[in-house]
Design a protein. Structure first.
Length: 678
């Protein structure tokens, strides 16, 4: 890689800003855009004028619904900043953004401190090894307590959190911050002129933390040998880039205090992207948007190579080539044609009509893995207000499901039913609004119901011999075993190619997950191991479509042997409420089948944590507000699926013909597949 290419790479930062709702994340973003000169006047979240809250529903509700990509310049750096939603209902937007980041800012309120969703976000950042700055915001608010929040961070999130600033006052007395190092105005790829500023409170703690990570530094520090400030800063930059330490900063973003210092830290401490234009093309699609003129826009993070207008690029996930028509930089819903996307950068690519979220463009070797923050726990049926709008509603929901795959649209054409998966009631309100404002459709949503799952109760064998009525021939035998809770589906084959051709085995492998979408009770079957142990084809009579038909029959035959156990989703909860309401709250938790720790009293407030089934706690937030006069908080995060109590039933109506009703199933499937078979 040339020197010029190295400099270019170092002049980019791909940074996400994440937080629990109402921590001040979008306000911080707004002030960064203003201070950098990207916008000329400040907007406000509560007034609906924030640049990155550009959707109508975001302006009306004062919350972020979609991750917003923006770009600005700061001290020689191009900052690609992704402002993500803070509400747990829109976690899917956050998890797709995390995959393409080189660094992150985790915003925490100086009043509320570490909240449940803060933990979820930190766990994701930590798991992915994303270098992170923590910003303790709202330092000017009544009740701000930076030391308490710092201790919470160290006890609940990470002991590696270390302040890199000194702050002057708290609450109404908050006057500003000053870094322990003083960046000089220079290209962000070269911070050698920055200096540390001894004498501030907390400086020794920072230096001690940095020294502990390197033996030679520690030895010099203990022995009183002078260490150049440039070496301390280099150590801080290196440890931050390796996610071994987490610098902590302070701000009152609504007043713009501490924002420029945060921007300095972003360019000084967070790492530039790796990869170069000389590498093989390698990128990932992490968002889809719809433009009235350009059509589908695929937001791409490029890890290697270069894409230019009119290039033909290979979609490795779909196995097809498509032509790029334009490449655009995105800023809060507005686009500008830039003509080129190079390694390390992010832009919207136009012309990829078939691309989906998560698709890999070019070489998949450089693409980091995905990380799932949470899963939808509720399903809801959608109907058009006017029956004549049914086709338009199907098309609209399919488009929205392309942009948010976790909606997982289920379209049962025979019954004319539409079902989507959701995180919570706020998301339902947003869907209703978007369907009307964007598509002009009035939709009616049913009552949300909990998504249960099934798992095999014991080991068993599934067998199918699909040999009549001819022409057909597909013989399969599966071993089905229960898996570890949370393991999902594990599939393998031990059948020799001479017994069952690889092309037929591939068809079986594709159909097994589909066959498990509806188990004996109508729910998805999970946490199991399926092994194809025998298989047979006929040299004359077999067609690949025979295995499309036979696989569900073999799988369901096996589940009939193993039986299935019903699983229900649980959430981990944290309740904070006045002490006088403790008796009523603990009584309600017992009724909800919650498992909780012994309550902790902090001053005059009760704190209790535990796990509770989703089904029994859907309305608890409203009930808690009634019990505490609006002074209680109930925060949750997904905690996995567990077995339902004995005797509990939750059966879902099966869609389509049951594969165990073999004669009717074969007839319906042959009619459906008839046109595809010669």
């Amino acid at each position: 890689m040339s020197t010029e290419q190295k400099v270019e790479a170092k002049q980019i930062r791909n940074i996400g800003i994440v937080a629990h709702v109402d921590a001040g994340k979008t306000t911080t973003t707004e002030h960064m855009l203003f201070e950098s000169g990207r916008i000329r006047s400040l907007g406000r979240v509560d007034a609906g004028t924030a640049q990155t809250d550009w959707m109508d529903i975001e302006k009306e509700r004062g919350i972020s619904v979609r991750a917003a990509t923006t770009v600005f310049q700061w001290k020689g750096c191009t900052i690609n900043l992704i402002d993500t939603p803070g509400h747990v209902d829109f976690s899917s937007e956050v998890e797709r953004s995390l995959r393409v980041l080189d660094g992150a800012i985790l915003v925490i309120s100086a009043v509320e401190g570490v909240q449940a969703h803060t933990e979820t976000l930190w766990n994701a950042l930590h798991t992915l090894g994303i270098p992170t700055l923590m910003l303790i915001n709202k330092m000017d608010r009544v009740g701000a307590d930076a030391e308490r929040v710092l201790q919470e961070i160290r006890s609940v999130l990470t002991p590696s959190a270390i302040p890199v600033q000194w702050y002057d006052g708290q609450g109404e007395a908050f006057a500003g911050v000053e870094p322990f190092w003083r960046p000089v105005p220079t290209d962000c790829s070269n911070g050698k002129s920055s200096q540390f500023a001894p004498g501030h409170p907390g400086y020794d703690g920072l230096i001690g933390c940095l020294a502990e990570q390197e033996e030679s530094l520690l030895e010099d520090y203990i022995n009183g040998i002078a260490v150049p400030e440039s070496r301390w800063l280099a150590q801080l930059r290196q440890l931050t880039g390796q996610a071994l330490v987490t610098p902590v900063l302070y701000a009152a973003a609504n007043r713009g205090i501490g924002v420029t210092e945060l921007m300095d830290a972003m360019t000084e401490l967070l790492p530039p992207p790796s990869g170069s234009v000389g590498d093989a093309l390698s990128g990932v699609v992490f968002r889809l948007e719809r433009d009235k003129v350009m059509g589908r826009l695929a937001l791409v993070r490029l890890y290697g190579g270069r894409i230019q207008n009119r290039d033909v690029i290979h979609n490795a996930t779909l196995g097809l080539d498509e032509k790029v028509t334009q490449i655009r930089k995105v800023h809060a819903g507005h686009h500008e044609d830039v003509g080129m996307l190079e390694a390390g950068d992010i832009a919207a690519v136009c012309g990829l009509s078939r691309v989906r979220i998560g698709d890999v463009l070019g070489n998949p070797g450089l693409i980091p893995p995905e990380h799932r923050l949470t899963v939808p726990l509720l399903t809801v049926q959608v109907k058009p207000l006017q029956d004549a709008d049914y086709p338009q509603l199907v098309a609209a929901l399919q488009e929205l499901a392309d942009e948010d795959p976790l909606l997982d649209l289920q379209w049962h054409q025979t019954e004319r039913e539409l079902h989507v998966k959701i995180m919570g009631p706020i998301q339902l309100e947003v869907l209703t609004h978007v369907l009307y404002s964007r598509f002009g459709l009035h939709a009616v949503f049913g009552q949300p119901s909990v998504i249960y799952k099934e798992t095999p109760s014991r080991q068993g064998i599934g067998f199918v011999a699909y040999t009549m009525p001819k022409p057909c021939w597909a013989i399969l035998k599966f071993r089905i075993e229960p898996g570890v809770r949370g393991s999902g589906l594990s599939y393998s084959s031990i059948v020799k190619p001479e017994n069952l051709l690889p092309s037929y085995q591939n068809e079986v492998a594709r159909r097994v997950p589909e066959s498990l979408q509806q188990g004996l009770l109508g729910w998805e079957v999970t946490d199991l191991k399926v092994t194809l142990i025998e298989g047979e084809h006929h040299v004359w009579h077999t067609h690949p479509l025979d295995f499309v038909l036979a696989t569900p029959m073999g799988i369901m035959n096996g589940l009939a042997q193993t039986g299935t156990t019903l699983l229900e989703p649980y959430v981990h909860f944290r309740i904070s409420a006045p002490e006088e309401s403790s008796g009523k709250i603990l009584h309600e938790l017992t009724l909800m089948r919650a498992i909780f720790d012994y309550p902790v009293m902090t001053g005059d407030r009760l704190m209790v944590e535990g796990t509770v089934p989703v089904a029994s706690s859907l309305d608890f937030a409203v009930k808690l507000s009634t019990l505490t006069g609006g002074r209680g908080t109930f925060t949750t995060r997904f905690d996995g699926y567990r077995e339902c109590p004995e005797g509990m039933e939750a059966v879902r109506t099966r869609r389509g013909v049951h594969p165990l009703d073999t004669s009717k199933y074969i007839l319906s499937m042959r009619n459906a597949l008839g046109s595809a078979r010669p």
